[in-house]
Design a protein around this ligand. Sequence first.
Ligand SMILES: NC(=O)c1ccc[n+]([C@@H]2O[C@H](COP(=O)([O-])OP(=O)(O)OC[C@H]3O[C@@H](n4cnc5c(N)ncnc54)[C@H](O)[C@@H]3O)[C@@H](O)[C@H]2O)c1
Ligand SMILES: CC(C)[C@H](C(=O)O)[C@@H](O)C(=O)O
Ligand SMILES: [Mg+2]
Length: 370
Amino acid sequence: MSQSSFRILVLPGDGVGPEVMEQAVRILKHVEAQSDTHFDLEYALAGGCAIDAHGTPLLDETMERARASHAVLFGSVGGPKWEGLGFNLRPEIAILRLRKELNLFANLRPATLFTPLIDASTLKPEVIGGLDLMIVRECAGGLYFGEPRGIETLRNGDKRGFNTETYSTQEIERVGRVAFQLASDRRNQVCSVEKANVTESGLVWREVMSALHAREFPDVTLRHMYADNCAMQLVRAPRQFDVIVTGNMFGDILSDLASMLTGSLGMLPSATIGATKAELFNPAIYEPIHGSAPDIAGKGIANPMAQILSVAMMLRLSLGMPKQAAQVEQACIDALAAGARTPDLGGDFCTEQVGNAILAQLERLTSSAV
Ligand SMILES: NC(=O)c1ccc[n+]([C@@H]2O[C@H](COP(=O)([O-])OP(=O)(O)OC[C@H]3O[C@@H](n4cnc5c(N)ncnc54)[C@H](O)[C@@H]3O)[C@@H](O)[C@H]2O)c1
Ligand SMILES: CC(C)[C@H](C(=O)O)[C@@H](O)C(=O)O
Ligand SMILES: [Mg+2]
């Protein structure tokens, strides 16, 4: 029997990043032991810890290792310790650089309510039950990268900070295609979100999405929505959405909002990809949407689910292991049903205990599957 081997670059980062990554790697090692696959895990520093060790948030050498990997498993970066540093020396540059230089432009953020968490959601069961939406966030352009940007000092001594949101036809079409193709394997509905009533970039976004829809995806239902209304609709009636596609900044904000519908920010994984076909995915980045959670870092109580569910996305999208991906997801659901909850979900489990519970469920699932 031939054994496949995958190179995975593991970047735990700062704060709770290493704490949740430890549990995710335990799960990954279990999957490896149960399959005919070898995971070659390479570790490197990224973010604040890389600034402390090397004076830069991401070494060029780490960037090269990312390029040579099948996938990057990313934790989270940042924290108050590094806030006083210059703007260009921020831990967050590590993840922005990885996304940009790996040419990854679509960040998939699924907000799924696992049934055992129906009481943990911010919404009533009749409004939230069965929630399953996918936010496709453009992540290589928009306000995050547009030029000009900077800080200038005015003649009166005041400071002025400025950023620019730009979106071109090509940038919108490539992320729009990802959204339409995902929708055609789901409930066939795309909601495109911008502020076309206020910004030119939003207006172009709306026009390009309409033209792409008419030309390439007429069988998918497309509607347009302003971002402010979308935020309200996500809280009022979130099940109306199947796939939401939006720009970099709105996607960042709306996905944190959507995470609370599922019970906690610690529940949402993500995949950051550069194409729609699995063979073109590599190297993609798999990362929870949450940050380094400085307020709970070091306490051992961070919810590891988002990091572990990011492993499931990696197994499915980059490593061609959909069965194992589904098993990891099911193990998370079963662990939640058995009461494994960190404090963000109203429980009293620590990070490691949740890892233990998921691992126990995974062992049960994989042994009964043989
Ligand atoms: N991808 C990333 O690396 C990433 C993402 C977001 C924020 N950040 C950075 O993280 C730092 C802190 O940012 P913030 O406080 O605004 O956002 P955050 O996501 O770190 O935390 C927001 C709140 O959610 C809670 N939380 C987050 N993850 C959790 C988990 N797994 N389990 C339980 N609770 C969790 C935190 O305790 C906090 O109360 C900043 O430096 C920010 O730039 C990094
Ligand atoms: C840390 C930061 C650069 C990042 C982003 O804004 O993309 C984070 O908030 C996220 O959601 O992944
Ligand atoms: Mg964010």
